[in-house]
Write a protein that binds this ligand. Structure first.
Ligand code: 5GP
Ligand code: ZN
Length: 133
């Protein structure tokens, strides 16, 4: 993918700080971290997002996330970690190459990952369940 920034990073055409690498993934420091140690795990194979990614790749993703998360936790001593993954512009995706965010959390980090819960009626929930099932 000629115009994909993560493909360029993976080809070492753009510099990055690698913290982990295996045959399917490379974890690098996010250039705009929202917390100390914010890492993004890039699939080596280009797919726009999770919905487009190969199942075998996806099966390897969470074990890689776990490995990196444990290393981050041990090294930085964070209190928790958010694992986030955006699909589509409306979902906050800005780079259309499958990746996952590992965001270390600290008790005093003043960081917020927000969503606003709504209160649908039981009927509305039932209707949606009906559509999805
Ligand atoms: P998304 O919003 O697509 O889920 O996340 C894209 C992430 O990639 C953002 O957190 C952004 O800071 C990061 N990013 C964008 N360009 C670069 C880059 O050139 N190098 C690195 N290391 N991170 C990048
Ligand atoms: Zn790409």
């Amino acid at each position: 993918m000629d115009n994909c920034i993560f493909c360029k990073i993976l080809k070492n055409e753009i510099p990055s700080s690698t913290v982990y690498e295996d045959d399917k993934f490379r974890a690098i420091m996010d250039i705009g971290p929202i917390a100390k140690g914010h890492v993004i795990l890039l699939a080596k194979e280009h797919a726009a997002n999770l919905l487009e990614a190969d199942d075998e790749l996806l099966a390897a993703a969470l074990p890689a996330v776990k490995k990196v998360a444990k290393a981050v936790k041990k090294t930085l001593g964070c209190d928790g970690i958010n694992v986030l993954q955006n699909n589509g512009e409306e979902a906050g995706q800005t780079v259309f190459h499958f990746h996952l965010h590992l965001i270390p959390r600290y008790a005093d980090d003043n960081q917020e990952i927000l969503w606003n819960p709504t209160s649908p009626s039981a009927e509305e929930l039932a209707q949606i369940r009906e559509l999805l099932s």
